[in-house]
Design a protein around this ligand. Sequence first.
Ligand code: C5P
Length: 218
Amino acid sequence: RGGILVAIDGPAGSGKSTVAREVARRLGLVNLNTGATYRAVAKLSLEEGVGTGDEAALAALARRVRLRGETVSVDGETVPDAELRTPEVSAAASRVSSHPKLREVLVEVQREAARAARRDGGAVVEGRDIGTVVLPDAEVKVFLSASAEERALRRARQSGREAELERIRVAMAERDRQDSEREASPLRAAPGAERLDTTGMSLDEVVERVLGLAREAS
Ligand code: C5P
């Protein structure tokens, strides 16, 4: 079967990215960040003036995106991570990601990246619908959550924007609402996923739990 796939899903600020990166490092696996593919489409849509409601045009933009290990590219050119993490791109990513046709294209991009990674030993794949839609056959599925207050605080600290805590909390709540209420692949724990509420847990504790699940599965 090749290497192991570890799916980590959860809302913004649940610790997904940090946990996925650390688990991948400890297991010597690649870390596939599927959110970056939605962000790449969002960035393209802002640059090319494609409306966040134009599903067919957005799906066409998505066809220009590739994911290879930790690198996202558009038309074969690597997109620097910093350009994908601006507040404008974050907000647009959540809006464009509601369209089923665009999701269909990006899910294939993500599966292709996971197949390649599996041949090289495996991957830790993070997103919103990895366990439910992208990789329902992943050996390990984890659903991370944390209280809204804690998630906003983590995000504010992570980006050195403590003064903007309230604004971050509001933007995050809006993204959560869009991500969990959308009809196409809403944010949900997959059947059989291990649910971890990380409120009050340290990064190390969460990482150890996920490593334990990965050991049991391999
Ligand atoms: O994980 P990240 O915050 O980078 O994701 C950006 C946006 O992309 C999310 O708010 C969500 O709308 C969308 N997304 C998604 N499905 C995924 C990963 C991200 O819909 N698997």
